[in-house]
Design a protein around this ligand. Structure first.
Ligand code: NAP
Length: 252
């Protein structure tokens, strides 16, 4: 039986993860942490205020904020607790810190900006398509409460396309009097972010070559889409030494 603690337990994702872990026969939820929501009842558990409450936890799952996640990682990994991290906006420095914290080989972490299996496949298919097209742009669409932009999924998708594409493509820069009209430049790929109420998490990758386009689109219509990937990560993190980045690595 694997014991689990959830960080950000009172948030939108944290609550979903607590419910899913509670329902799994091979996992036991023993701690829920969310400092500003301490004392809230979540099923049989009461939300705690600090990571000190994670004693006895095998795997800590983090769905918090870009500002909190590295502090949580220092605390959990420093105490020998494996981590599954879904929080986005970590950045290269944050990832490097997590890699350092897992360097001893005694404690592991899986970091995935998107735990939806369909999104992992979209990134994999994008990499395949990139070998045959020079030009691609990414449009990511999310709910208006999302704090980071571009999304972690869009950044990873653009990086993978940039590394795999058939040749360099110089996209037109756009009108200087309307900065931002052509999106952000990630590894030479234009990424456009849309934030609107009514959306959840969606992404379109458009490939172009003379005479043809190819569109790959993934829609997350409910947060339950992330749960199978998160449970897979919780169940496998102890067997994956060091840092694993992306759900893709877990699918084969
Ligand atoms: P949310 O509803 O705002 O939940 C985040 C929760 O974490 C809030 O309750 C927040 O408290 C709490 N928190 C802040 N600092 C904390 C700390 N040090 N320790 C414990 N809890 C802390 O956000 P969400 O929609 O659940 O998303 C959370 C993160 O997951 C975001 O980065 C989002 O982009 C990402 N996400 C990833 C995936 C994926 O598949 N990887 C899927 C969906 C979302 P306050 O209310 O006080 O700030």
């Amino acid at each position: 039986m694997t014991t689990v603690g959830v960080l950000g337990a009172a948030g939108r994702m944290g609550r979903e993860v607590c419910r899913a872990v509670d329902a799994a026969d091979d996992l036991t939820l023993i701690a829920a942490v969310d400092p500003h929501h301490q004392g809230i009842a979540l099923g049989d558990l009461v939300v705690a205020g600090s990571t000190d409450e994670l004693e006895g936890v095998d795997v800590a799952v983090d769905f918090t904020t870009p500002r909190s996640v590295i502090g949580n990682a220092r605390s959990c990994l420093g105490h020998g607790i494996h981590m599954v991290i879904g929080t986005t906006g970590i950045g290269e420095d944050g990832l490097e810190e997590i890699r350092r914290l897992t360097g001893s080989g005694d404690v592991n972490a899986i970091v995935a900006p998107n735990f939806a299996i369909g999104a992992a496949l979209m990134m994999r298919f994008s990499e395949q398509a990139a070998r045959h097209f020079d030009a691609a742009e990414v449009i990511e669409l999310h709910h208006d409460q999302k704090v980071d932009a571009p999304s972690g999924t869009a950044i990873t998708t653009a990086q993978r396309i940039g590394a795999a594409r058939a040749g360099a493509w110089e996209a037109p820069a756009g009108d200087a009097s309307h900065p931002g009209a052509r999106g952000a430049d990630v590894e030479g790929i234009r990424v456009h972010g849309i934030r609107l109420p009514g959306l959840l998490a969606h992404q379109e990758v458009i490939f172009g070559s003379p005479g043809q386009t190819l569109v790959l689109r993934h829609d997350t219509i409910d947060r339950s889409a992330f749960i199978p990937g998160i449970l897979l990560a919780i169940r496998t993190v102890a067997d994956r030494p060091g840092l694993t980045v992306g759900l893709d690595a877990l699918l084969d």
